[in-house]
Design a protein. Structure first.
Length: 240
């Protein structure tokens, strides 16, 4: 009898391990959310952008009055914003929100495992409580893993440009992100994966873990907000 109890417990343990391994393998095979986030997404620089990047270096040294000082290219008809820096806590919030949105379909895997085990337990074929604990703990650890990943991004020098204070000039061709009159970056609309209108801001998704967050209050007028939203609809980033 003692051996039978031991065998039964061993059987339960092995079944739990099997369930857990199935969950991990399924998640690894079918997840579309990459383990390593890409670096900041900028296109190959044009000649103008090379001048802009050169000015980043020039800005660190004194400029002789005979040296040429290049200006960031501007469009008089562009929508201009005030300077704004994405707060790190807001970034983490946006990243986790997008994470849950893209991962929602994978919730079916742990739910299915729990339902299968519940049916087996209710029928009395093989009651096993460990699967509930295993699935819940594994799911919590997975979410915590990504929370740590996104928190770590805010500390990496590689992602520092995402949190610098920019003013924006926006037109139908591009989004010009300006640190000052000499320095900045150009982002083409083709680099925007998707976007949405939040209660107090527009959020443009560049890639997994990279966003442009544009609060309403950085625009100088209601007219500029309407023009910007019209551009987003023309680019099919927002639904018309």
């Amino acid at each position: 009898m003692f051996n039978a109890v031991r065998k039964d417990k061993l059987h339960q343990f092995l079944l739990t391990v099997f369930y857990f391994r199935t969950f991990l393998i399924s998640r690894a095979l079918f997840s579309n959310f990459a383990l390593h986030l890409p670096g900041p997404c900028f296109e190959q620089p044009s000649q103008t952008e090379k001048i802009v990047n050169l000015n980043r270096v020039m800005a660190k040294v004194s400029v002789n009055k005979h040296q040429p000082v290049y200006q960031m290219p501007t469009n008089p008809a562009a929508v201009r914003t005030k300077k704004y820096a994405l707060p790190t806590q807001k970034y983490i919030s946006l990243a986790m929100r997008y994470f849950f949105k893209t991962q929602l379909k994978w919730v079916l895997i742990p739910v299915a495992l729990i339902l299968i085990n519940a049916v087996i337990s209710l029928t009395g074929i093989y009651p096993n409580l460990w699967i509930y604990i295993t699935v819940v703990v594994a799911s919590i650890l997975y979410v915590l893993f990504w929370l740590i990943q996104f928190t770590g991004i805010t500390q990496l020098a590689q992602y520092k440009p995402m949190f610098e204070k920019f003013s924006y000039e926006i037109d139908n061709r591009q989004i010009l992100m300006k640190l000052n009159v000499k320095e900045g970056s150009v982002m083409k609309w083709e680099q925007i994966v998707e976007g949405y209108k939040d209660k107090d801001a527009y959020v443009l998704v560049i890639s997994k873990g990279q966003f442009l967050h544009l609060p309403f209050n950085i625009f100088t007028s209601e007219h500029d907000i309407k023009v910007f939203e019209r551009i987003l609809k023309q680019k099919e980033i927002l639904k018309a």
